[in-house]
Each structure stands twice: as C-alpha cells, then as structure tokens.
Design a binder for this molecule. Structure first.
Ligand SMILES: NC(=O)c1ccc[n+]([C@@H]2O[C@H](COP(=O)([O-])OP(=O)(O)OC[C@H]3O[C@@H](n4cnc5c(N)ncnc54)[C@H](OP(=O)(O)O)[C@@H]3O)[C@@H](O)[C@H]2O)c1
Length: 288
C-alpha cells in the first residue's frame, strides 16, 4: 500500500497559516486575474483561486474580457494594475485566444507582481537559483514533497513534460535542490524504462491515465500533475454524459506497486492554488 500524498490536507494546513499571516497585515494582499473568453476550465480554476484567496483573507479581482478584447486594451489594463499600489499580484489565465500575443502579455507584468513566475526576470532567477517568484505548480510540488519529508537531494527524478508552465520550472526547482533530473517528452524513446529507473517520477504530460503499472517500479514516489477531463459513465438518457477529472497516472494500477503517490483530484492541484497565494504573500511583503 502506497503512502497517499494528500495535497488537499496540506493545502488546508497552509491555508490556516496563510490566514494567520494575512490577518496581521495592514492591507489585504490583492491578486488581479485576467481572463479572456469563457473557457469552462479557466472559469473553474479562477473560482478555486477566488475561494482560496477569500478564505485566507486576501482579495481577488477577476478582470473578465470578451474574446474580442485587443492586445492594446489588455496591455493598458495590466499597466494600470502594475502601477496600482493596492494590487500586489497579477496573473493572466491561460490559455488565451490565438489572436493575442501571450509572451508580450506575460512580459508586461512587473516581475515583482508576477505571482505566476513566468516573466523572463523570474525565469532567470530560477535558472540562476536566486530568490524570485517560482511558478505555482513547481512550488506546490516542492511543498508537497517537503511536507512528507521526501528529500530530493541526489535522487533520480524523471519529469515527463517540458512545458514552460510545468515541466521546465519543476525541473529547475528540483535541480536547485540537488536532484538529478531527466526531462522526458513526446520524442523520448523507451519512456517506460526511463520512468522505471527514477526514484521520483513526475507525470505532467496531459494524457489521461497514461502511466500504467508498466512505467513504474517498487519504492518510487509518483507525483501526478495531470488534470484531464474525461467522459464518465452514462447512467440513463436523461443525464448527459458526466465528465470526471483524472490524472496522468492510472492510480488503481500504480498505487499497489509504489511507495508514495499523489492522487488526482486532491494532490498537486490544491497545492498549486496554495502556492500561488504563498507567492502573493511574498510579493506583498516585497512591495514598494
Ligand atoms: N495540478 C496542477 O496544478 C496543474 C497545473 C498546470 C497544468 N496541469 C496539468 O498538467 C498537465 C501538463 O500541463 P502542461 O501545461 O505542461 O501541458 P503541455 O504544455 O501540453 O505539455 C505537455 C508535455 O508533455 C509531453 N508529452 C505529451 N505526450 C507525451 C507522451 N505520450 N510521452 C511523453 N511526453 C509527452 C509533451 O512533449 P513535447 O514537448 O514533445 O510535445 C509536453 O512537453 C496537463 O494535464 C495540465 O492540465 C496541472
């Protein structure tokens, strides 16, 4: 039986600590979230952030635009929030519609308010192992491992996925903790062997339950980053096909083999939200 890395429980403990810290501050730490369009998944993520933020006593401003918004309008509003001393963090909810220039919008955010840790300045700080705002998912994974006293120093860590949002920053954050990193991706040959050899396997490929028992070995720690919405069972004709959230790991198959595993939902997801607000508090403390 594997140890279950309960991100939800760790998140709740972090929320308590954050609430105490926030209650002692002069102003409410404030996060502005820019959303363009009405993607249901983005709206759900924003709702989670709002709920968590309000729960710890922070303020979350949802700036919601129609798909037709222009790059110039967004740049102007990001610029205003950059200059507003009452706003301490700014994030741009991804993905954005095709007509917008994502990189330019990310770079428009002042690095000190970039609580998603995606600007070139914060990326370079992570690259150089200097203090800065680390992307929330990477930070959340570190905090989850720390909570369960799972040291990464010297360990072989395989990360499947090389996105700027998850795979690369997670690799750098763990490298900075002296892990030995292997980044796998869609062109990696013999992925099963690569995965089996790791001490810690981090799955961030966005493929529902892709990691089966054939990818893992005894004693491993498995971190499942994936959030995939898949069709559930149809119960009868009255009820439309239900959708459920699964990870990148086939939990049922993998859990009996490995030493520890984070579930989906309830693992990395809640840690990511908590980490975002850890970043917001950091940004608040360094304001000015
Ligand atoms: N839990 C959280 O808080 C959280 C936060 C963010 C994202 N997520 C989830 O994490 C997953 C990854 O997100 P992302 O934004 O990094 O996705 P992404 O940008 O689509 O990147 C996926 C990565 O996985 C690799 N990949 C895809 N299929 C593969 C395969 N069959 N074998 C090996 N590698 C493969 C891709 O390789 P190539 O580069 O070669 O194409 C790419 O590097 C998604 O399910 C997403 O919803 C969760």
């Amino acid at each position: 039986m594997a140890r279950i890395l309960q991100g939800k429980e760790v998140r709740d403990a972090l929320a308590l600590a954050l609430r105490q810290k926030v209650s002692k501050l002069e102003e409410k730490p404030t996060l502005a979230i820019f959303q363009v369009g009405d993607r249901a998944d983005s709206t759900a993520y924003i709702k989670q952030k709002k709920t968590f933020g309000e729960n710890i006593g922070a303020r979350v401003i949802h700036r919601h635009y129609p798909e037709s918004v222009t790059q110039a309008e967004l740049l102007k509003d990001i610029g205003n929030d950059n200059e507003d001393g009452n706003i301490h963090g700014i994030i741009i909810q991804m993905p954005l519609p095709e007509h917008l220039h994502k990189e330019e919008l990310i770079e428009a955010v002042y690095p000190k308010k970039d609580v998603d840790g995606l600007t070139a300045t914060n990326t370079k700080r992570l690259y150089d192992n200097k203090p800065g705002l680390v992307p929330a998912t990477a930070r959340g994974i570190l905090m989850l491992l720390d909570h369960y006293n799972i040291s990464v120093e010297g360990k072989r860590v395989t990360i499947i996925g090389r996105s700027n949002l998850v795979g690369k920053p997670t690799a750098l954050a763990l490298l900075n903790r002296n892990a030995t990193i292997l980044i796998a991706h869609s062109k990696t040959p013999d992925l099963k062997t690569v995965c089996k050899r790791a001490d810690i396997l981090i799955a961030a490929l966005g493929k529902p339950e892709f990691i089966t028992k054939d990818f893992v070995s005894a004693g491993q720690v498995i971190i499942d980053v994936g959030i995939n919405s898949v069709a559930g069972e149809k119960f009868d004709e009255e009820i439309p096909t239900k959708r459920k959230i699964v990870g990148d790991v086939n939990f049922k198959e993998v859990e009996p083999i490995v030493a520890a595993i984070s579930p989906v939902p309830g693992g990395v997801g809640p840690m990511t939200v908590a980490s975002l607000f850890e970043n917001l508090l950091e940004a608040y403390q360094k304001k000015g």
